[in-house]
Design a protein around this ligand. Structure first.
Ligand code: AMP
Length: 540
């Protein structure tokens, strides 16, 4: 027997319809790579998405076909998202920072038929064209002359949609139909595709606006620094229409550009990985710039170091420390003040934010040991972190090897974590990055975070290096801040105030830079490879 209420499929286009109807005049501002700014609003995005949907049908694209984008954040990219999904296509955002053989693999694996791209990536598109076997149409978002084709690589965006009317009705269907495809930025092996559904995306978006998550409302002005190709810009482009947020996009990541844009557009909310915040912090420190009226920053993708949390808290900005994965749409946990927040000392508040937050309704977490036995949520025991819920992966796209999750939904995240009695989760490592010393685990993340709190340290990476007695011991690689003269001894002294003695790195090495993945995380696989034969003096 069914209940007596209406069946209203949770389809993504209802988000845009709502924004057009209820918040039509709320602006979408884009600063393009060439330095020009374009202003539209939710009504304009919806109108152009309908024109784009018609144009895709004219090109012969049909329901279920994949449409790729290789682009930074801007309003035209948003139009391509909604236009593609609105005509029943599957939007495939491609990360332009991937290696070329990975770029070839994922577009071919996805069987993309169309590619929308930024002019800035035209040379890359030119090089890749002969390797991409399924793309039939190339459309440049921002051709150099402002409209028409510029590179011989196909049509320009305005030219494509300009000839279309906006008389279009979105393709309807089941709420569990696919809408978007994102590939993981896997550091080993081929990237894997995660196929988001209409329903999973709408549920995730409805959760995301809530106060204890990203705290978004009709008064918010959000600048997603996280790129639209990184786990759907953490879902912000889908959450924004629910409450009619003003969105500000920048294709230029220069800290001065970002800061100016934040001030001139009145940005209240922003989200990004620690690496970009680090650059912004250095700029603000160096120039004495002001971030007002910024109120909430969401930091995720890698652990937010304490020093970063302090930087924002000192300026009266709330930090939402978020953890998630492409496989989780991506939000798994976000830190928000608990009931007794006002009783916390400042240090306790920072400690709380330094953990990765709590689950929203819709995510369940547990930790298990190596044989799968469930471990206690005691704030001490660490184990492999598993998650389940309606926006968490069941199986990878076209993966013949079977489901990615267990039959009862538990998906092994590959992270190692502690669950605290107050509901907070604390990532201690990636399962493969953990340093195994004398049968015990040392958290590389905690060492790194403690190290970046030491004056003069810009960035740090801890890797396990072979040791004849202990199996592995930590080696700390450090990038100094420009002009800083910090010594290994100073770093070890600083670390000894934050971690157990036996966790202290056996050696500290200074390096000019550290390798990062295409989504800004430390590339530990490359570091482990580089230092695999490193001889620690302590091992002699
Ligand atoms: P991606 O799918 O590229 O977003 O990568 C997901 C992985 O990033 C997770 O499995 C974690 O290992 C890592 N990660 C994401 N957020 C955090 C965080 N706040 N702290 C530590 N690691 C994180």
């Amino acid at each position: 027997m069914l209940g007596g209420m209406q069946h209203w499929p949770l389809r993504i286009m209802r988000l845009l319809d709502h924004a057009e109807r209820e918040h039509g005049r709320r602006e979408i501002v884009s600063r393009y790579a060439a330095g020009n700014t374009e202003r539209t609003n939710w009504r304009g995005i919806a109108r152009d998405a309908r024109r784009l949907a018609r144009a895709l049908e004219r090109l012969g694209i049909r329901k279920g076909d994949r449409v790729g984008t290789l682009a930074m954040n801007h309003g035209r990219h948003l139009v391509a998202w909604y236009g593609t999904i609105g005509m029943g296509g599957i939007l495939h955002t491609i990360n332009p920072r991937l290696f070329e053989d990975q770029l070839a693999y994922i577009a071919n694996h996805a069987e993309d038929r169309v590619l929308f791209y930024d002019q800035a990536f035209a040379p890359l598109v030119e090089r890749m064209k002969s390797k991409w076997t399924t793309i039939e149409h190339y459309i440049c978002f921002d051709p150099a002359d402002g409209s028409g084709p510029s590179t011989g690589l196909g049509t320009g965006f305005e030219e494509l949609i300009g000839v279309e009317s906006d008389d279009y009705r979105w393709v309807e269907g089941d709420e569990r139909e696919p809408a978007m495809l994102c590939y993981t930025s896997g550091t080993t092996g081929n990237p894997k595709g995660v196929l988001y559904e209409h329903r999973s995306t709408v549920l995730h978006a409805m959760m995301e606006i809530s106060t204890d998550c990203l705290d978004l409302s009709a008064r918010s002005v959000a600048l997603p620094i996280v790129p639209m190709f990184h786990a759907a810009a953490w879902g912000l482009p889908f959450a924004a229409p629910i409450v009619g947020i003003k969105l500000v996009f920048s294709a230029d990541y220069t800290p001065s550009v970002m800061c100016d844009l934040m001030r001139s557009e009145g940005v209240t909310h922003s989200a990004g990985v620690p690496t970009v915040w680090l650059a912004l912090m250095q700029y603000v420190d160096g120039t004495g710039s002001d971030l007002a009226p910024l109120k909430v920053v969401t930091i995720g993708g890698s652990a937010a170091p304490r020093a970063m949390i302090q930087f924002f808290v000192d300026r009266g900005i709330r930090v939402g420390h978020a953890w998630g994965m492409t496989e989780m749409s991506p939000i798994g946990t976000v830190g928000a003040p608990p009931a007794d927040w006002d009783l916390f000392s400042r240090e306790q508040q920072i400690d709380y934010i330094a953990r990765q937050g709590r689950v929203p309704f819709g995510v369940e977490l547990r930790i298990v040991d190596d044989v799968g036995a469930v471990l206690p949520r005691d704030g001490i025991t660490s184990g492999r972190l598993q998650a389940r819920g309606p926006w968490i992966i069941e199986r990878y796209f076209k993966d013949e090897s079977g489901p990615a999750a267990e039959p009862d939904g538990w998906f092994d995240t590959g992270d190692v974590a502690v669950l605290h009695p107050d509901g907070t989760m604390q990532i201690t490592d990636r399962a493969k990055d953990v340093i195994k010393s004398g049968g015990e685990w040392i958290s590389s993340i905690e060492l790194e975070n403690a190290a970046v709190g030491c004056p003069g340290v810009a960035e740090a990476a801890a890797v396990g290096v072979h040791h004849p007695k202990w199996d592995e011991r930590p080696l700390l690689l450090v990038v100094r801040k420009p002009g800083a003269e910090v010594t290994p001894q100073a770093i070890l002294t600083h670390l000894s105030q934050h971690v157990a003695r036996w966790w202290l790195p056996d050696e500290v090495l200074f390096v000019d830079s550290l390798p990062h993945t295409a989504t800004g995380k430390l590339l530990k696989t490359a570091l482990r490879e580089e230092y695999k034969n490193y001889k620690l003096a302590s091992a002699a």
